[in-house]
Design a protein around this ligand. Structure first.
Ligand code: NCD
Length: 310
């Protein structure tokens, strides 16, 4: 697994199926440490910088928790307010500075391509924690982990991605990664928010079965995984366009009545109104487990990149 040492994590498309499987297996071993049932000092003395120019709860806190569970330390900010960015510092200068304070840099930034740009200014590994409407590769790794752990594998799964497929970075990354597996995909989105053309073309080039529809109720019955996403309000250039599609989908207990017994409902969170709270109590809900899985998966990634012992 030496191939991970010092590596950037910019796009999940840079990872082969073998890479992904290595991360998932390492993550599985990390679970007792992630739960606090076992202790580890494998990244003692190492420092992770977390630079969040956009809001985050799970991603930032699970990176922090992951680093600390491995005995490492974290520096960073959760909003550009109160930093020199307010004085007009460029991303390039911030990165050059932070590289001398840390061993790896986690970056969330509103601009697409920002993580790739940041990686050009530092030799330290850069981990993309969301670049605008671009990608969110570490979310994808925990999404894959959730499916893999639940089903004992990913191949053969019938998966629907629902919601804002245009602006949602989690579904872009997840689709690219699923192209390394043998899955059946359905994209469910309101008009105008379907998956970007280049992502659809990637799926077609892979030859995977793919359906696209606006009608969620019609597809729910045949699924193994229902991956629901929030309409990305902050990415809409025009608030009236958002108002037109807000609340389009709402998964509730009634909608899941005829679903397969083993169907799992996932969501990267935060949810607004697209998954009703009553779904939490059904045997289908997996989004809170999914959020926990962010810890062992990010532990695995940090450990592989920084050279900790698994
Ligand atoms: C997602 C994101 O930031 O892209 N959140 C997360 O990291 N879990 C999804 C979203 O904000 O809708």
């Amino acid at each position: 697994m030496g191939g991970f040492l010092g590596r950037d994590v910019l796009s999940v498309a840079d990872f082969s199926r073998k890479d992904i499987e290595a991360i998932l297996k390492t993550a599985k071993k990390m679970v007792p440490v992630a739960r606090g049932e076992r202790t580890s000092r494998s990244l003692e003395g190492r420092i992770l910088a977390t630079l969040f120019y956009e809001p985050s709860t799970r991603t930032r806190l699970s990176f922090e928790s992951a680093m600390k569970r491995l005995g490492g330390d974290v520096v960073g900010f959760s909003s550009a307010e109160g930093t020199s960015v307010q004085k007009g510092e460029t991303l390039a200068d911030t990165i050059r500075m932070v590289e001398s304070y840390s061993d790896a840099i986690v970056l969330r930034h509103p601009q697409e391509g920002s993580a790739r740009l940041a990686a050009e200014f530092t030799d330290r590994p850069v981990i993309n924690a969301g670049d605008g409407a671009g990608q969110h590769p570490t979310q994808t790794l925990l999404d894959l982990y959730t499916i893999w752990d639940e089903r004992g594998g990913i191949d053969g799964a019938k998966i629907a991605l629902v919601g804002d497929l245009k602006y949602g970075r989690t579904v872009h990354s997840l689709t690219y990664a699923l192209c390394s597996f043998d899955v059946d995909l359905t994209f469910v989105a309101p008009a105008g928010l379907q998956m970007p053309k280049e992502v659809v073309e990637r799926v077609r080039a892979q030859g995977l079965p793919l359906a696209m529809t606006e009608d969620l109720a019609k597809v729910v019955r045949d699924l193994d995984v229902l991956y629901v996403t929030r309409i990305q309000k902050e990415r809409f250039p025009d608030p009236q366009e958002y108002a037109k599609v807000a609340g389009t989908y709402r998964v509730d207990a009634g909608m899941l009545r005829d679903a397969r017994k083993g169907l799992i409902v996932m969501h990267p969170l935060p949810r607004v109104d697209e998954v009703a709270p009553e779904v939490d109590a059904t045997p289908h809900a997996r989004y809170f487990e999914q959020a926990f899985n962010g810890v062992p998966v990010r532990m695995a990634l940090l450990s592989l990149i920084l050279g900790g012992s698994a």
